[in-house]
Design a protein. Structure first.
Length: 316
């Protein structure tokens, strides 16, 4: 049974075409009609066992789409002679791959050789957002899986220390606008960040400041305590925002208070256009949800794959 949607005002359907690939919502209507319900049930069960799963799946989808488009290249395993994307520096902390494996197994049992891993990941990310209290949308389908996955390509991802110009350029290279940048950054409302992602703001920030002066002092003190300069505990870090596992617009309110966790979060206030959007999304969860859905579908429509993998971890 498919996920029920109590807030119909946030069920948004768009038809976006990118890179010459026409994706449609009913792509598997005849070939794998139970796909959506299989993904939703599996993600829900996994999230019930591990509260970090939703954020992990959303992040995995972002990281996949920003490298060669949404082609499931981030799911491929390294081999003895080749280091794959998932083992690149920016992707080392990705997890919940087993959730996608579980979905793929069930889908292959139900409709073998039909559904791409890229489509499964796109659906899983949508369900992850919805399970966390966020909006629900109709995922366009028809992506193909890629055959190329390089560890060094993880450097193509927007880094947490980027300034607004670097962020804008990084998103523009993928056909994404400033509004997409601000809306998609809202994905940081769920998840966990390790100390390495924000250490640049709390130690040796620049020649004049040890701590980033744009960082709220109370948050800075908390972060320095959690991530000491020496002997930082392994896997130490903090939740992305104060609402932790709930997908909402708290992220934007915190930025306005100087409590954005990453340099790239706080950078959204350094441009007049993005600052205005931050304020709008902080004031209205509905406005954020609508923008997020629109930008997610736009980003998720980037695809350049060639095949439907039988195993998400290996090319055919």
């Amino acid at each position: 049974m498919a996920i029920s949607v109590p807030f119909l005002s946030f069920v948004l359907i768009f038809s976006l075409v990118s890179m010459g690939n026409s994706l449609i919502s009913n792509y598997y209507e005849k070939t794998c009609p139970h796909l959506d319900s299989i993904v939703a049930k599996t993600v829900k069960e996994a999230a019930a066992k591990d509260i970090t799963v939703p954020a992990a799946l959303l992040r995995m989808h972002f990281h996949d789409c920003f490298v060669r488009g949404c082609d499931a290249s981030v799911l491929l395993n390294s081999t003895a002679k080749h280091k794959a994307e998932k083992d690149g520096p920016a992707n080392i902390s990705l997890h919940a791959f087993s959730v996608i494996d579980n979905v793929k197994k069930q889908v292959e049992d139900s409709c073998p050789g039909v559904v791409s891993c890229a489509d499964i990941l796109a659906l899983a990310a949508r369900d992850a957002v919805f399970l966390s209290g966020g909006p629900y949308w109709d995922v366009l389908k028809g992506r193909k899986d890629g055959r190329i996955s390089n560890a060094n390509d993880s450097f193509l991802l927007p880094a947490p220390f980027f300034n607004i110009s670097q962020l804008q350029n990084n998103f523009a290279q993928r056909g994404l606008s400033l509004e997409d940048l601000v809306a998609l950054s809202g994905g940081h409302t769920i998840g966990f960040a390790h100390c390495s992602s924000f250490r640049n703001r709390i130690q040796n920030f620049d020649a004049k400041h040890d701590v980033d002066p744009s960082l709220n002092p109370s948050l800075a003190a908390k972060l320095k305590s959690t991530c000491p300069a020496k002997n930082t505990p392994k896997n130490a870090g903090v939740t992305m925002d104060s609402s932790g596992t709930t997908f909402d617009n708290t992220y934007y309110s915190l930025i306005l208070q100087g409590k954005g966790l990453f340099s790239s979060d706080q950078a959204l206030l350094t441009n007049a256009q993005t600052k205005k959007m931050v304020s709008e999304f902080a004031a209205s969860k509905g406005a954020f949800f609508r923008a997020f859905v629109k930008s997610m579908i736009k980003m998720s429509s980037l695809n350049g794959g060639q095949e439907v993998r039988r195993d998400c971890r290996a090319v055919n």
